[in-house]
Design a protein around this ligand. Structure first.
Ligand SMILES: Cc1cc2nc3c(=O)[nH]c(=O)nc-3n(C[C@H](O)[C@H](O)[C@H](O)COP(=O)(O)OP(=O)(O)OC[C@H]3O[C@@H](n4cnc5c(N)ncnc54)[C@H](O)[C@@H]3O)c2cc1C
Length: 302
């Protein structure tokens, strides 16, 4: 499946400093390694470039901002419109006392390592989350008892018209795995309130979190992390296990044996296989426990 990138679409796009590509295979940019193409894929050079693009793009062109693609399942027929990916022009890190201001394109791990270097503590829980800071805010990423909302002071956003504005953490009303960002907004950078700590204490925390993760999750697999949110008072993996779904397969899509809230693309699964497997798991959990599992992974496109 490819979109017919008529010359008309290309001609309708504004001149930018960043880079466009067409029919970009999302299987190359997402953790599951599945999914059809993005009609247009745009990597802006910097915030003004992104603003110029948003102000001058065709008004009917849909925009979707994607980070590292570690929490998404892009469907096999791809994404119509434009996928925006923030790159190196959005990955600056500034230290402000014990606080840290980070570009949304920065990888979580890079931020944690910078914190270690500077003796700043708080964000260690993000060390094994394989996404960007933009994705961590959009999803209110969390692990080991902490979540982004506990440390976020403010986020700078760009709206659909290319205007920049700032929201404080309290204005966002973030919830469990939901940053509650205003519809269509793109996070550009954010400030986190942290505290000073010795490098040894920070390193111990990082090592501990990485070890726990390696022991319990298939972190080297093609996966999207936790597939379903934990329902209030339950653990999704326990419900899935109880429903007999550990190791369940459809084609090359499998429920992980190691952590059964993770789905895996074992080799050549399609997005369809993975989504069908997820829906089968939901149905079996409903039958055995009478609980509706809610997808945490975002299913995107057609
Ligand atoms: C092995 C593995 C382990 C994981 N462990 C955890 C975990 O412990 N805890 C956890 O919470 N998650 C975990 N995840 C899920 C995922 O890594 C997180 O949700 C992560 O924060 C997503 O970041 P991303 O950059 O990959 O976002 P993407 O997957 O690219 O996008 C996710 C959402 O964020 C939006 N988004 C991305 N960037 C921006 C931006 N700049 N502005 C506005 N919206 C944006 C996208 O539109 C999309 O809606 C794991 C995933 C994997 C594969």
């Amino acid at each position: 499946m490819t979109f017919e990138c008529e010359k008309q679409i290309i001609d309708s796009l504004p001149l930018v400093e960043g880079r466009y590509s067409f029919n970009q295979k999302m299987s190359q940019t997402t953790w599951f390694k599945v999914g059809g193409p993005a009609e247009v894929f745009f990597k802006p050079a910097h915030a003004q470039d992104l603003s110029h693009f948003l102000k001058n793009k065709p008004s009917d062109m849909d925009i979707l901002c994607m980070g590292a693609g570690s929490n998404v399942l892009v469907r096999d027929h791809g994404i119509k419109g434009c996928v925006v990916r923030l790159g190196s022009g959005f990955s600056g890190i500034e230290i402000d006392g014990p606080d840290i201001i980070v570009g949304a394109g920065c990888l979580d791990r890079t931020v944690v390592m910078k914190c270690l270097e500077e003796g700043i503590s708080g964000l260690e829980f993000l060390v094994g989350v394989p996404g960007t800071i933009g994705g961590a805010i959009a999803m209110n990423a969390g692990a080991y008892g902490s979540e982004v909302k506990d440390f976020l002071r403010w986020v700078e956003l760009m709206d659909e018209k290319g205007e920049i504005y700032r929201l404080s953490s309290s204005e966002l009303s973030m919830n469990y795995r939901d940053g509650n960002l205003p519809e269509g907004s793109i996070a550009l950078r954010a400030a986190f309130g942290c505290y000073k700590e010795t490098q040894q204490v920070i390193k111990n925390k990082i090592d501990d979190f990485l070890k726990k993760r390696e022991d319990s999750q298939p972190i080297k697999g093609r996966t999207g992390g936790s597939t379903f949110k934990n329902p209030e008072g339950y653990k999704a993996w326990e419900l899935i296990d109880k429903a007999g779904c550990r190791g369940l397969r459809i084609g090359d899509a499998a429920v992980s044996e190691k952590h059964c809230n993770f789905l895996l693309n074992l080799d050549s699964a399609t997005a369809r296989d993975l989504e069908d497997l997820g829906e089968t798991v939901r149905r079996k959990v409903k039958e055995t426990s009478n609980i509706h599992l809610e997808w945490e992974i975002l299913r995107l496109g057609m």
